[in-house]
Design a protein around this ligand. Structure first.
Ligand SMILES: *Cc1c(COP(=O)(O)O)cnc(C)c1O
Length: 396
């Protein structure tokens, strides 16, 4: 472990200590596998917090980026570049039409959405944005204000005003909170950081009609759920409605930093030149990467695979739950976005899986989060479940 120690020591000398890190240095990734600097191989069932959503270094992403590198890396947004337009066209045509603004991260895409909501509301005196308890929308000042978890806000007050939180899933609370100052409702259709909490269809439909009635924007934060994770390209497509605004990031760029705000035609002319901007947003290189991701999802039938493998994973998780009914309280899952709710704290389980070469995550202290790439195969799920089984056996 000499190499690992050396790098970690350097890290603590030069990198701000803002992350809780597992003591491992990763140097190589291919598909569902990732290797550390000592040469140990891991099965990655939580690839980059869903960033490497189609696996590490996907060949179509690599090819698309390599091809783009030959021409130009960056074009600033006071000029035109083709990749950005092709990607916006692809996103619009596979979602609800409209137009796209490109940012560099999830938080930035959400910032853009809140600015759009404020811009829409300004003439009628609306500025409030209602979000959900346990939500997660990013780490900028406005997004920690938007996020419905106190732990991200503590110590950073005063925060931007105008954000109100209501319990996720509680339509009465939302109805009560919506008033003539409400510019938008922002929701993750499935809360990721909040513990894989899945909104039901009636709830989302009711939110849609409340937003219509009271002329508030409906913003879906699909930063984690987007790009096929839930078995459809975008999670809103499970609900028989369309949001007015959708934000994407994480797996959109196949590992490259990109964020996007998609706005339907009704609101796509609200932001005018000079009202919002990003220096790096939508650069040819990240857009080429994202086009590679779309190509992979479409040409390799990855949605189909996500559904089939999601079903297989679900069966295996249910079997585990029956076997360890004292430890596993519940399963929350939509295709390849899965959470195992435990009766005990999950961090030790994650650590022991790690030691056995399986990467998963734990959120909200007791929800094991399992989100393999859309390319996952049966044998890999079987292998991951076997490791989980071995680890859980010690907690029975
Ligand atoms: C990760 C995440 C964000 C923040 O994205 P960053 O790229 O880290 O800014 C926002 N919303 C959701 C739902 C997320 O999962």
């Amino acid at each position: 472990m000499e190499k690992t120690k050396e790098i970690i020591n350097l890290c603590s000398k030069y990198i701000l200590n803002t992350y809780t890190r597992t003591p491992v240095v990763f140097t190589k990734g291919k598909g569902i596998y990732i290797w550390d600097v000592e040469g140990k191989k891991y099965l990655d069932f939580f690839p980059g917090w869903a960033v490497s959503g189609i696996g590490h270094c996907h060949k179509r992403v690599v090819a698309s980026v390599k091809n783009q590198l030959k021409d130009i890396i960056h074009v600033s947004n006071n000029y035109y570049s083709k990749q950005q337009i092709l990607l916006a066209e692809k996103i619009a045509n596979t979602s609800f039409g409209g137009k796209v603004f490109f940012a560099n991260s999830g938080a930035e895409a959400n910032e853009a959405a809140v600015k759009l909501a404020r811009a829409c509301g300004q003439y009628v005196g609306k500025h409030k944005v209602i979000t959900m308890e346990k939500s997660f929308h990013g780490r900028t000042l406005a997004m920690i204000a938007a996020t419905g978890q106190d732990k991200v806000k503590k110590g950073f007050e005063p925060l931007p005003e105008g954000f109100v939180h209501v319990p996720f899933g509680d339509i009465a609370a939302l109805e009560k909170a919506m008033d003539d100052k409400t510019a938008a409702v922002m929701i993750e259709p499935i809360q990721g950081e909040g513990g894989i909490n899945i909104a039901d269809e009636a709830y989302i439909k009711k939110i849609r009609s409340l937003c219509d009635e009271r002329e508030a924007l409906l913003i879906f934060d699909e930063v984690q759920t987007g790009m096929g994770r839930t078995g459809k390209l975008f999670a809103y497509q499970h609900y028989g409605i369309e949001p007015d605004v959708m934000t994407l990031a994480k797996s959109l760029g196949g590992g490259f930093p990109i964020g996007a705000m998609v706005v339907n035609d009704k609101f796509s002319d609200v932001l005018k030149p000079g009202m919002h901007a990003s220096t790096f947003g939508g650069s040819p290189i990240v857009c080429a990467a994202a086009l590679g991701v779309f190509e992979a999802i479409e040409e390799d039938n990855l949605l189909d695979n996500a559904n089939k493998m999601g079903e297989f994973l679900g069966k295996r998780l249910k079997k585990l739950k029956r076997k360890y009914s004292g430890v596993i309280k519940g399963i929350k899952q939509m295709a390849l976005m899965a959470g195992l709710e435990l009766n005990i704290e999950g961090s030790k389980i994650v650590e022991e899986c790690f030691n056995k070469g399986l990467l998963i995550n734990c959120t909200q202290k007791n929800i094991l989060r399992i989100m393999p790439p859309l390319t996952v195969k049966k044998g890999e799920i079987t292998r991951a479940i076997k490791i989980l089984d071995e680890v859980l056996a010690r907690y029975r």
